[in-house]
Design a protein around this ligand. Structure first.
Ligand SMILES: O=CC(=O)O
Length: 349
């Protein structure tokens, strides 16, 4: 028979265990999955924030694609254990990779854009796809407004003017007012709408183009991008990249925007015909451009470097500590939900 003292000790021990578990889970809202999950192979195909890489490494059997310069080496040894691919805006899962991974169940992207994932192939093979919507909407919309202000008010150029000592030789030239301008948005989804709301705060009038008119939107709809460009001061690209939207900003659109018009691209480089953009800027057929994304990142047409009327950013739309951490948690949450047989947090396919 167990003594009362033993029972007391046991209760105390259980209580301490409970307390320790509670403290551990409060400190680690996303604790690593151990045991069975740890044997699941996850292939990381893009550079992500260190936090995400470390967590993936703790929870799963992580393969980093750059550790296998010979792809065959990775594929011939590990295809049977890889059940998930984690990508980002620059690299995802094309048909070739999907075909090479017979046990692939899920592609989870550390990005909202999924243009580097063969969605059709995933659908066909029953592979789930997740991305990171919503958590980055504010960040990207903030940056779009930042680009508009920087471009029209020449903030970066003014900064260079001060640093180079040119101010001592005279005032900087006058710039262009942003408040009250007409902003035309290509794609009135989550990010497009967030940009519109912010621009309204600057008394801008908003118009948009999308495949179909949004009946519940108060903004003016144009059924073609050329019409939108002809009727706005600032044209913003905020739609997903698909075959249909590839080079949606072409020579005709740029000419419609004209020498007093400004282009802002926070979508994808391939939305804009970059050669046409460069020629238009060099020839003075476009007023200016604020660009966060390029056709062949990280390579940027060098002709742009000498121009005053461009603001060039290195694809940083969602790049803050807060937002990238939230995106990482979504990737981890989606993988965990999938492997525990629970509903995905942000399912796309
Ligand atoms: O470009 C960034 C993203 O798609 O999240």
């Amino acid at each position: 028979m167990r003594s009362a003292l033993m029972l007391h000790d046991e209760t105390l021990w259980n209580r301490n265990l409970l307390r320790a578990t509670f403290l551990y889970f409060s400190a680690n809202p996303n604790p690593p999955i151990t045991g069975k999950m740890g044997s699941i192979g996850v292939l990381l195909v893009a550079q992500v924030v260190p936090y995400l890489e470390q967590e993936l490494d703790k929870r799963y059997k992580l393969f980093r694609i750059w550790d296998y310069p010979q792809k065959e080496q990775l594929l011939s040894h590990h295809t049977s254990s890889i059940r998930a691919v984690v990508g980002a805006s620059g690299a995802g899962a094309d048909a070739e990779l999907i075909e090479a991974l017979p046990k692939l169940e899920i592609v989870s992207s550390f990005s909202v854009g999924v243009d580097k994932i063969d969605l059709e192939k995933c659908k066909e093979k029953g592979i789930r796809v997740t991305n990171t919507p919503d958590v980055l909407t504010d960040e990207v919309a903030d940056l779009a407004i930042g680009l508009m202000l920087a471009l029209l008010r020449r903030i970066c150029e003014c900064d260079r003017y001060v640093r180079s000592g040119k101010w001592k030789q005279g005032e900087y030239k006058l710039t262009t007012k942003f408040s009250g301008k007409t902003v035309g948005i290509i794609g009135l989804g989550r990010i497009g709408t967030a940009i519109a709301k912010r621009a309204e705060g600057f008394n801008c009038s908003i118009s948009y183009y999308s495949r179909t008119e949004k009946r519940d939107s108060k903004y003016k709809y144009y059924p073609s991008v050329v019409e939108l460009a002809s009727n706005c001061n600032i044209l913003v690209v905020a739609c997903p990249l698909t075959e249909e939207t590839h080079h949606i900003v072409n020579r005709e659109v740029i000419n419609a925007l004209g020498p007093k018009g400004f282009l802002i691209n926070i979508g994808r480089g391939k939305h804009v015909d970059e050669q046409e953009l460069v020629s238009a800027l060099l020839e003075g057929r476009l007023g200016g451009a604020g660009i966060d994304v390029f056709e062949n990142e990280p390579y940027v047409p060098e002709e742009l470097f000498g121009l005053e009327n461009v603001v060039l950013l290195p694809h940083v739309g969602s790049a803050t500590v807060e937002t990238r951490t939230a995106m990482a948690d979504l990737v981890l949450g989606n993988l965990e939900a999938h492997f525990l047989g629970k509903p995905l947090l942000t399912p796309l396919v």
